[in-house]
Design a protein around this ligand. Structure first.
Ligand SMILES: [Ca+2]
Ligand SMILES: [Ca+2]
Ligand SMILES: [Ca+2]
Length: 135
């Protein structure tokens, strides 16, 4: 497995509601306090994962590009991963068959809010784990 791929696994895991395992690639939890702030979450989603999936760098993730994430999700999380990936594709709000950066940002904002069950403005391990089990 290439290094670039390993780096992105943590991001893909995060996007799919999984708690990134310690030492698995780049940790979205930049300050390692065990919690994700909206900024950390957004950076991982829109900064890290978006750039990784948008292979042709046209500023949108096309269906074919998204398939990379679906494959990874299936490999690592089986059917749960497939459902998680399907949920992420809902980010395509205007249903034009591609996820733009703006759509990804608003999706990340919504996902953050729905995961922050105690509404303290950060995602802790328990909240991330609950999201993982729910997907
Ligand atoms: Ca693209
Ligand atoms: Ca779209
Ligand atoms: Ca919280």
């Amino acid at each position: 497995m290439t290094l670039a791929r390993t780096c992105c696994l943590a991001l893909a895991a995060l996007a799919l509601g999984a708690t990134p395992a310690a030492g698995q690639g780049r940790n979205p939890d930049a300050d390692r306090d065990g919690k994700l702030t909206p900024m950390e979450y957004r950076n991982a989603y829109v900064g890290g994962m978006f750039g990784w999936l948008d292979k042709d760098k046209d500023g949108a993730i096309a269906r074919a590009e998204f398939a990379t994430l679906e494959k990874l999700a299936k490999r690592f999380r089986g059917e749960k991963g497939v459902r998680g990936a399907a949920k992420m594709w809902q980010a395509d709000a205007d249903a034009d068959g591609a996820i733009s950066r703006r759509e990804m940002e608003s999706h990340a904002t919504r996902a953050f809010k729905s995961t922050d069950s105690n509404q303290d403005g950060v995602l802790d391990k328990a909240e991330l784990k609950a999201a993982q089990n729910a997907s």
